[in-house]
Design a protein around this ligand. Structure first.
Ligand code: ZN
Length: 137
């Protein structure tokens, strides 16, 4: 899969506004981007720590998978997914499938920050929802 680094940690939150000051404190940096990803029914906020990012995810409606995650988590947020940077998501998804990992995304799709992304099924990834990301060319 040729992973290069942890691209980001996805953390579900009930409110970006309420949680951003804590993550600004923790990362030692200001949020550099807020973006709504309509496709995934979330609003995201990004912080940088070295080359790794923290991606906060706030649900924009009750049908959002993030809203369901928060509901399952007793109404609280928490670590939602880990994202690995790879050179080529389409190839990495094929390799993961050949390794025996069930895919959530068979084809790469566009995520926040114009990354091409694909998710692996947590059933085959030790319960950790895993995202693969490719930087925009
Ligand atoms: Zn992500």
């Amino acid at each position: 899969m040729k992973p290069t680094h942890i691209e980001h940690l996805g953390i579900a939150v009930t409110s970006l506004e309420e949680t951003m000051p804590f993550f600004e404190f923790l990362s030692g940096s200001k949020c550099y981007s807020i973006e709504e990803v309509a496709d995934q029914k979330v609003k995201t906020a990004f912080f940088k720590i070295g080359q790794t990012k923290i991606e906060l995810l706030e649900p924009t409606c009750p049908e959002s998978t993030i809203a369901k995650f928060i509901e399952k988590n007793g109404g609280k947020g928490g670590i939602h997914h880990v994202a690995f940077n790879v050179e080529n998501v389409a190839e990495a998804l094929k390799e993961a499938e050949a390794f025996g990992i069930k895919l959530i995304d068979v084809q790469p799709r566009k995520g926040a920050e114009n990354l091409m992304i694909g998710f692996l099924h947590p059933k085959n990834t030790c319960g950790v929802l895993t995202e693969l990301c490719e930087q925009p060319k």
